[in-house]
Design a protein around this ligand. Structure first.
Ligand code: 0X9
Ligand code: ZN
Length: 507
């Protein structure tokens, strides 16, 4: 995280077996008087913990040597965390329970879980609710771990729109996989009893991928609690700079040791390739949230530039509605802002999902003031972000036209994605700059009735004059028919817009 990401320690490949320690590292809030002093603080920082760096205070992690360097500048600071390792140790000791230790029923979300445990949880959820939950293979990571997700949907029907939730692009953001898994659990468990959830799942397919970066996540458990990227070359690639829309600008780094290293090409990483292939199997998906931590923010495109996205009004309104729903739950305020207003970042997942797949896509930065958070934060985070998810689900439902399906079954094959309104793994999507097709093993599937997008279908121009992909704004308010180029298109009645969407189904 952080507006200016400090260099990560470059490592030899493979990842080292010994644990990385942060003994004596402090998090301090520095008070630079001007931009020059801010630059001095950032130059000595080992990691920047403030989301929004600008005028005012900035939180940074400093080794004892870096602290001495900060002292030498004479810039004021307060100590926020006096020894980062203490929190890491406390978390580690708490989680090191002997295998087989009995856990109270329903207590799964009372503490953090590693990748294999989350995998088992998804299997158990599908076994408990076979009528509404199916496990899907999304693909494979660099180190060969499976990236898995669940499809959750109620009454079998054709013509459902879809919502996708993803988590853990960044390995150290442990509240993300827990929140996302807990939302999946609540949706599945409360279908049939909670009217809002029941309506959402009867109208939609909801796809949930809790851990997109399983190698990095595993390494945060075994080696370095503050590891952010995947494990490429021992230095890692920031997966949230590796997506194939506006890859490689000033909002990412070409330095392998940087925390925001973008990789050597768009979609160069198996994890982003897997997500790309997986999203291609969900042409009915109209909305998406990617969960990160921390800072309590709801970010919407664009992240790569300050200019407004064509559907800015709708994106902003949805972000505000999600923020209100979150605030009404436990009082936490998640600031709804355009991503670039936090800091410009390119190759990010929300810009990509919006521009290339036409989803109304958001990045939510969860609660907390550290990547290490008390386990007591898991349930409130889940509860408030379930409400945000239901706001976006209500929006997505406008694009749904479910009719009971003949076979009466939900998708059963892993990776098949067969439960929806036809998922076609083939075809091209707009704006793919990568030239290196996904090898992530995302499910390919049959059926052809999904909402489609095709780069050739629109002549819309972006802020910078570049052609925009056809998928653009597919999830915008149907009243404005943003499915054809966002707010610049003349308003049309919702039905006409729906017709336009359906008529664009994949061949
Ligand atoms: O830098 C990131 O990737 C995200 N912050 S984090 O602390 N979780 O690393 C923010 C992504 C910003 N997204 C956009 N600007 N769209
Ligand atoms: Zn993140």
């Amino acid at each position: 995280m952080g507006a200016v990401l400090a260099p990560a320690v470059a490592r030899a490949d493979p990842m080292p077996a010994e644990r990385v320690r942060y003994d004596g590292h402090r998090v301090v809030r520095a008070w630079p008087a001007d931009a020059a002093e801010l630059a001095e603080v950032l130059a000595v920082a080992d990691d920047v913990w403030t989301e929004r760096v600008g005028p005012g205070p900035v939180d940074v992690r400093l080794s004892p040597q870096s602290l001495a360097a900060l002292d030498a500048t004479g810039i004021d600071y307060d100590v926020r965390i006096s020894d980062v390792q203490l929190a890491v140790d406390a978390e580690h000791d708490r989680l090191a329970v002997p295998e087989g230790t009995a856990q109270a029923p329903g207590a799964w979300f009372s503490d953090f879980k590693d990748g294999p445990e989350i995998d088992q949880f998804m299997d158990a959820l599908a076994a408990e609710f076979p009528d509404r939950v199916t496990v899907e293979n999304v693909g494979s990571s660099l180190d060969g771990r499976l990236i898995r997700g669940v499809r959750i949907s109620g009454a079998p029907a054709e013509g459902k729109a879809a919502l996708i939730l993803t988590g853990t692009l960044h390995a150290r953001e442990w509240l993300s996989p827990m929140t996302v898994t807990c939302i999946a659990d609540t949706l599945a468990r409360e279908y049939g009893s909670d009217p809002q959830i029941t309506d959402a799942l009867d109208a939609l397919e909801i796809f949930v991928v809790p851990v997109v970066n399983p190698d990095g996540y595993a390494y945060t458990w075994s080696g370095d609690r503050y590891w952010r990227k995947n494990t490429r070359g021992g230095h890692g690639v920031d997966l949230n700079r590796n997506f194939s829309f506006q890859w490689g600008g000033g909002g990412s780094s070409g330095d392998v040791s940087a925390e925001d290293y973008r990789g050597n090409g768009p979609l160069s990483e198996p994890e982003s390739q897997a997500l790309n292939a997986y999203f291609q199997t969900k042409p009915n998906a109209v909305a998406h949230i990617d969960f990160h931590s921390f800072s309590e923010l709801i970010l919407y495109p664009w992240g790569y530039q300050y200019g407004a996205a064509p559907d800015e009004a709708d994106l902003s309104e949805l972000a505000q509605d999600m923020s209100s729903a979150i605030q009404a739950t436990h009082g936490a305020y998640y600031d709804p802002i355009q991503g670039s207003d936090l800091y410009p970042a390119d190759g990010v997942i929300d810009d990509w999902a919006y521009a290339e797949f036409g989803m109304m896509s958001f990045t939510i930065e969860l609660r907390g003031s550290d990547f290490v958070v008390p386990a007591s934060q898991i349930l409130p985070s889940c509860e408030e972000n379930l409400e945000a998810t239901l706001v976006l689900a209500a929006h997505a439902m406008q694009f749904s036209d479910p009719t009971p399906s003949a076979d009466g079954g939900v998708g059963e094959d892993e990776g098949s994605g067969d439960g929806g309104p036809g998922a076609d793994g083939g075809g091209t999507l707009g704006g793919d700059e990568s030239g290196d097709g996904g090898d992530g093993g995302g499910g390919d599937s049959s059926g052809d009735a999904g909402f489609s997008d095709d780069a050739d279908e629109t002549g819309a121009l972006g802020e910078d004059g570049q052609a925009l992909p056809a998928a653009y704004g597919r999830g915008a308010q149907p009243e404005t028919c943003a499915c054809r180029g966002g707010t610049s298109a003349p308003p049309l009645p919702a039905l006409l817009c729906l017709f336009a969407l359906v008529s664009r189904r994949r061949r």
